[in-house]
Design a protein around this ligand. Structure first.
Ligand code: GUN
Length: 306
């Protein structure tokens, strides 16, 4: 079977173009631009890259953005004060606290302090509850982006068997809720699941959000399944790259020339050989997360008066 690619980059670009047009109409009518604040605590290199991309995406769409940075030694009290200030700031519609926070900061207290109407990450307990209850609210960006990707590629979900591997609050759990909302029959698996391979082999739609490079192999994939790979892992060993990417010389050259390449949670050769549709890494799920954050920020702006 020749699988088809669920092109996250093209889908994200289409979503961003739509948002830019809507933001342009808002500006043309004299409206205040949507505003996003990104709070970055400490110096996690990946978090810096993500926050940089989010701020750049705002600039590209004509959104206002603020980047608030604090050192890794920041306290819960300091971060709570920042969040409260942003809650009261009329130029800010969306607040994003980049995770993970340093260990001494109480993440739950911080996420719960965000005004639910500005919670564009969908991490506040009120929005988590709204998602479970199928009520309006903010939905976490990565699972929301995956749903948009499936929808825009006409992937049917009603009555299908969906298996989500990973039970995080950011991806696994909200993903399961959204698939359920579209009438899939959903199973959530995790590190303690017995006979994980057999459960995954039942899946018409398999979502891998585990955080382990190339963990999902041929034996996990039903022939013709739709495979969504949420993982982003770095591979720097050329021999390992050869094993993961088979004959894809481009990837091996990338490791040799740039020092590393990215692999998801699914073994690429397995995805290529057994799926009907799959998300590549990079260029699959990743770009959608930021597009949906921008969508949530515009939604927050439109729901706010003034
Ligand atoms: N860390 C990993 N993913 C995310 C995300 O979607 N939002 C935030 N704020 N932090 C993250």
């Amino acid at each position: 079977m020749t699988p088809r690619i669920l092109d996250g980059k093209a889908t994200a670009d289409a979503i961003l173009a739509e948002l830019k047009e809507r933001a342009g109409r808002l500006a043309a009518s004299g409206g205040r631009p949507p505003g996003l604040a990104a709070v970055l605590v400490g110096d996690n290199p990946a978090s810096k890259v993500y926050v940089g991309s989010k701020v750049r995406a705002c600039a590209n769409l004509g959104f206002y953005s603020e980047r608030v940075e604090r050192p890794a030694s920041a306290t819960t009290r300091e971060i709570l004060e920042i969040v409260r200030g942003l809650n009261d700031n009329p130029a800010i519609d969306g607040i994003l606290v980049q995770l993970p926070l340093p260990a001494q900061v109480d993440s739950m207290a911080v996420l719960s302090a965000v005004d639910p109407s500005k919670d564009v990450d969908g991490f506040h307990p009120i929005n988590v509850g709204n998602l479970v209850l199928d009520r309006p609210g903010f939905v976490p960006c990565t699972p929301a982006g995956i749903m948009e990707l499936l929808r825009r590629h006409d992937i049917a979900l009603r009555g299908k068997r969906a298996v989500v591997v990973g039970r995080s609050a950011i991806v696994g759990k909200p993903m399961a809720m959204l698939l359920l909302r579209e009438h899939a029959t959903v199973t959530i698996c995790h590190s303690r699941t017995k006979d994980l391979e057999a459960v995954c082999r039942e899946a018409d739609i398999l979502v891998a959000a585990i955080g382990k490079p190339a963990f999902v192999t041929e034996d996990f994939i039903k022939p013709g399944a739709v495979v969504v790979d949420v993982g982003i892992n770095r591979v720097s060993d050329p021999d390992e790259a050869r094993r993961l990417f088979g004959g894809d010389e481009r990837r091996i050259a990338q490791v040799l020339e740039k020092g590393s390449t990215l692999v998801g949670d699914v073994l690429p050769t397995a995805m290529w050989e057994k799926s009907s549709w799959y998300t590549p890494v990079p260029g699959g799920v990743g770009p959608l997360t930021i597009a949906m954050l921008m969508a949530n920020t515009l939604k927050a702006r439109m729901e706010r008066q003034g």
